[in-house]
Design a protein around this ligand. Structure first.
Ligand SMILES: NC(=O)c1ccc[n+]([C@@H]2O[C@H](COP(=O)([O-])OP(=O)(O)OC[C@H]3O[C@@H](n4cnc5c(N)ncnc54)[C@H](O)[C@@H]3O)[C@@H](O)[C@H]2O)c1
Length: 239
C-alpha cells in the first residue's frame, strides 16, 4: 500500500486518465476525491465523485473547504482536467482559445492556489500537473492547447520553488503523457493516431494505466527527492 491513509484530489477524475489514477491510488490505500464537471463513469468504494467546474474560482474554494473539513487534509493533488478545441491558428476562434486557456491553465491555478499553500503549512504534499507531449514539442492545430500545456510546466517549476519555501516537503512535478487511448482522442483521425504511434520507439499509443503508474510514483514517497521535474511518459516519441 504505497498511499496508505493519503487523501488525494484528482481533477477530471470521472473518466479517462483521471479514472485510471483514481482507481490505482485507491487500490494503494488512498481516499480519492474525483472532482469533475462530468458524471462518474465508474464506482469505487474509496473514490468520491464531486461535481466541480475547475474554471469557477469560488466553486474551487468551496470544494477545497469541503474536502479539508471532511477528510482533514489533502496530501496529493493531481491537476488532470483538460480539454482540446483544435483548429489551425488562422481558423481558431477567440472562444476556442479562451475555453482551453480557462480549463487547462486557469483551472490548474484555481485549485492549486488553495491547496499548495495549505500543503506548505502542513509541511508536506505532492502536486502533479498533467501536461502533454504537445506542451513539450507543439502540434499542428493545437496552439491553444500547446500554450496551456507548456504553461503548466512553467507553473510546476514555479510552485516547486514557492511551496517548498521554509523547508516544507511539498513536491510539485509534471507528467507529459504521449497519446493515450481515452475520449480526448475521439476527434483525432485514425491515420494521425497511426502516425503518432509510429513516432514512438515502442510503436504504439499508451494505455491509461501506464500514465497512472507514473502518477503513482510521483504521488508516493518513493519519489521523495524529485521535485520541479517534468516526467515524459511517451514511449520515446520524437516529434
Ligand atoms: N489522452 C491523451 O492522449 C493525453 C495526452 C497528453 C495529455 N493528456 C491530458 O491528460 C488529461 C486527461 O485527459 P484524458 O485523456 O483523460 O481526457 P478525457 O476527455 O477522457 O477526460 C477529461 C476529464 O476532464 C473533465 N473536465 C473537462 N473540463 C472540466 C472542467 N472545466 N472542470 C472539471 N472537469 C473537467 C471531463 O469531464 C473528463 O472527465 C488532460 O489534461 C489532457 O490534456 C491526455
Amino acid at each position: 500500500m504505497r498511499l496508505q491513509d493519503k487523501v488525494a484530489v484528482i481533477t477530471g477524475g470521472a473518466r479517462g486518465l483521471g479514472q485510471s489514477m483514481a482507481e490505482l491510488f485507491a487500490k494503494e490505500g488512498a481516499k480519492v476525491i474525483a472532482a469533475d464537471m462530468g458524471d462518474m463513469a465508474y464506482e469505487h468504494p474509496s473514490v468520491e465523485g464531486y461535481k466541480l467546474n475547475v474554471t469557477d474560482p469560488e466553486a474551487c474554494k468551496s470544494f477545497v473547504d469541503y474536502v479539508t473539513e471532511k477528510y482533514g487534509k489533502i496530501d496529493i493533488l493531481v491537476n488532470n482536467a483538460g480539454i482540446t478545441r483544435d483548429a489551425l491558428t488562422r481558423k481558431m476562434t477567440d472562444d476556442m482559445w479562451d475555453l482551453v486557456i480557462d480549463v487547462n491553465l486557469k483551472g490548474v491555478f484555481n485549485l492549486t492556489k488553495h491547496i499548495g499553500p495549505a500543503m506548505q503549512v502542513n509541511g508536506k504534499g505532492s502536486i502533479i500537473n498533467i501536461s502533454s507531449v504537445v506542451g513539450e514539442f507543439g502540434n499542428i492545430g493545437q496552439a491553444n492547447y500547446a500554450a496551456t500545456k507548456a504553461g503548466v510546466i512553467g507553473m510546476t517549476k514555479t510552485w516547486a520553488k514557492e511551496f517548498a519555501m521554509k523547508g516544507a516537503q511539498v513536491r510539485v512535478n509534471a507528467i507529459s503523457p504521449g497519446y493515450t487511448m481515452t475520449d480526448i482522442l475521439k476527434t483525432v483521425p485514425q491515420d494521425l493516431l497511426d502516425k503518432f504511434a509510429a513516432q514512438t520507439m515502442l510503436g504504439r499509443l499508451a494505455q491509461p494505466e501506464e500514465i497512472a503508474n507514473a502518477a503513482l510514483f510521483l504521488a508516493s514517497d518513493e519519489s521523495s527527492y524529485i521535485t520541479g521535474h517534468n516526467l515524459s511518459v511517451n514511449g520515446g516519441m520524437r516529434l
